[in-house]
Design a binder for this molecule. Structure first.
Ligand SMILES: [Zn+2]
Length: 235
């Protein structure tokens, strides 16, 4: 399967851009010089121009996402879903020292929403972010290695309900990224991983929208980030 893109390659750290001062921000979000904008950016450091404009390469995420001529759509979705899972899992693991039961006793996302895990009985349960990440990654891993859902043999058809399952995977992967942006963005910056995270997130959202895998209601709390990335990276 193709579609494996890595966002964890080496990149020279430019520490001079770290901890951009809010007073220095001249991003498009501040064009109106609205006094409400600065507190908003303090809450959302990922919108600061010095960070949101960073990426690892001049990648055209739209072109990377669209179905190439001659490829099977379900197969293309499968190979990209596996690649996104691997990369997002890697980011999540890299930040595990910062995301603990003490720092994150619940799983918070943008707008301070609390994500609940839905257990096998369909009951919503609040849990710590590391536990939520464990549930998420185990659930997805199980699906991806289930031959009946993601067949590796060309002679086996993808099952009915396949797109719904891919949508579920995208929902959980989106929440994983949303938690990182909302709670751990300074940790991401400290590790100089924000250019990679921006690139991964831009590609992930673009792909999700291309194949209708992400609900607008779910992505709404990060719509400002998506718009800013779109503006800076022209996708
Ligand atoms: Zn956390």
């Amino acid at each position: 399967m193709g579609g494996c893109h890595s966002y964890t390659g080496t990149r020279k750290a430019d520490t001079s851009t770290k901890r951009v001062q809010f007073s220095e921000v001249t991003g498009h979000k501040l064009k109106n010089n609205n006094t409400q904008a600065v507190p908003s950016l303090e809450e959302k450091p990922y919108l600061l121009q010095g960070y949101v404009s960073e990426r690892i390469a001049d990648m055209d995420v739209k072109t990377l996402s669209v179905l190439p001529d001659g490829l099977d759509k379900a197969e293309w979705m499968a190979s990209n879903t596996i690649a996104f899972f691997k990369n997002i899992n890697l980011f999540s693991s890299a930040l595990s020292d910062f995301c603990t039961t003490r720092t994150c006793p619940t799983t918070r996302g943008p707008g301070d929403v609390t994500y609940c895990w839905t257990d096998e009985q369909g009951k919503k349960v609040k849990c710590s972010a590391p536990l939520y990440a464990d549930y998420t990654m185990s659930y997805i891993q199980e699906l991806l290695t289930d031959e009946e859902v993601f067949p590796t043999s060309a002679s086996t058809a993808f099952p009915r309900g396949y797109v719904f399952l891919v949508q579920r995977i995208f929902l959980y992967l989106f929440r994983t990224l949303a938690h990182l942006y909302w709670v751990h963005f300074w940790d991401v910056v400290q590790m100089d991983m924000h250019p990679h995270l921006n690139t991964l997130f831009a590609h992930f959202v673009t792909f999700g929208r291309e194949f209708h895998l992400l609900e607008r209601s779910e992505t709404a709390p990060l719509e400002d980030l998506i718009a800013a990335l779109c503006w800076h990276h022209r996708f």
